[in-house]
Ligand binder design. Structure first.
Ligand code: ATP
Length: 247
C-alpha cells in the first residue's frame, strides 16, 4: 500500500492578480518505506508540496491520501503523530530560549507520552548526540548538532513519514554527509518513509529510491534512482538538470 498518495495537487498563494500558482497538478505516490525525492530549480514548487501536505500552505486543491485515507483541510493531532517535517534551517526552527530538554520534553508531552525522561535520553542517543547535550541551548550547538535536535524532535512522536526540506543545505559541507547518513540509518532502523526536497542531485541519488523532477510548479518526470545514476532521463528539462549537475 502507498504511504502517501498525491493526486492533482494545486497550491497557490495570494489572491486575484497577486495569485502565484506554486504547484500545478502534482501527482505521485510514495510506497511504505520508500524514500522519494523532489528536485528542480529554485522556485519550482518543491518545498510548497511538503508544506501543503503538512498543512503549512492552506490554499490547495486536489487529493492527498495518507495510508489510503484522504487528508482534509484541518489536520487532526493524530496526523502529526504519523507525519513530521524537518526544515532546512535548524537555526530558525529551534526556539533560542528553549533548551534541548525543553524542546524534546514539550514535544513528547504534547503527544501524550508519560515516560518523558527516558524518551528524551533515548532520542538524544538515537540522533548521536548523547546526554551531554540535554541541557544546552541552541546557541551552544553547532549547525549539525542543531539539525540533530530538530531530527530528534521530529522523531519524538514516533512518526512513519518524514518530510525533509533540504535538511542539509544550510550546513557546512563537512557535516552534511553525517546528517545524511544519520537519516539513512534512521529510515532503515525504523522503516520510515521519506519525501525529501533537495536541489542537489547527488544527495537525492544517495538518499532516494525514486524522484520527481519539478519545473515551474509541474512535475515533469518521475525517475528511479538507477535512471538518474545512468543519466537516463527522458524529459529534456530533466536531462538538462542532470547535465548541469555533472558540470
Ligand atoms: N508564502 C508564500 N507567499 C507567496 N509566494 C510564495 C510563498 N511561498 C512560496 N511562494 C512562491 O511559490 C513558488 C514555489 O516556491 P517553493 O519555495 O516551493 O520553491 P522551491 O522549489 O522549494 O524553491 P527553493 O529551492 O528556492 O526553496 C515560488 O514562486 C515562490 O516565490
Amino acid at each position: 500500500m502507498n504511504k502517501l498518495s498525491v493526486n492533482g495537487l494545486n497550491v497557490w498563494f495570494g489572491k486575484q492578480r497577486d495569485r502565484v500558482n506554486a504547484v500545478k497538478g502534482a501527482t505521485f505516490d510514495v510506497a511504505q518505506g520508500e524514500s522519494f525525492g523532489l528536485v528542480g530549480e529554485s522556485g519550482s514548487g518543491k518545498s510548497t508540496i511538503l508544506r501543503a501536505i503538512t498543512g503549512l500552505a492552506p490554499n490547495w486543491s486536489g487529493k492527498v491520501e495518507l495510508d489510503g485515507r484522504a487528508i482534509g483541510k484541518v489536520r487532526p493531532k493524530s496526523f502529526f503523530k504519523t507525519v513530521q517535517m524537518v526544515f532546512q534551517d535548524p537555526y530558525a526552527s529551534l526556539h533560542p530560549r528553549h533548551s534541548v530538554d525543553q524542546v524534546l520534553g514539550e514535544t513528547l508531552h504534547l503527544h501524550g507520552f508519560r515516560d518523558i525522561d527516558a524518551r528524551v535520553v533515548k532520542l538524544l542517543d538515537d540522533v548521536g548526540l548523547g546526554q551531554k547535550f540535554r541541557f544546552r541551548y541552541p546557541h551552544q550547538l553547532s549547525g549539525g548538532q542543531r539539525q540533530r535536535v530538530a531530527i530528534a524532535r521530529a522523531l519524538a512522536p514516533e512518526p512513519e513519514l518524514l518530510l525533509l526540506d533540504e535538511p542539509t543545505s544550510a550546513l557546512d559541507v563537512s557535516v552534511q554527509a553525517e546528517i545524511l547518513n544519520l537519516l539513512a540509518d534512521l529510515r532503515r532502523d525504523r522503516d520510515l518513509t521519506y519525501v525529501m526536497v533537495s536541489h542537489d542531485l547527488s544527495v537525492v541519488g544517495h538518499m532516494c529510491d525514486r524522484l520527481a523532477v519539478m519545473k515551474d510548479g509541474h512535475i515533469v518526470e518521475i525517475l528511479d534512482v538507477d535512471a538518474l545514476r545512468s543519466m537516463k532521463a527522458s524529459h529534456p528539462y530533466s536531462k538538462q538538470l542532470l547535465e548541469a549537475s555533472l558540470g
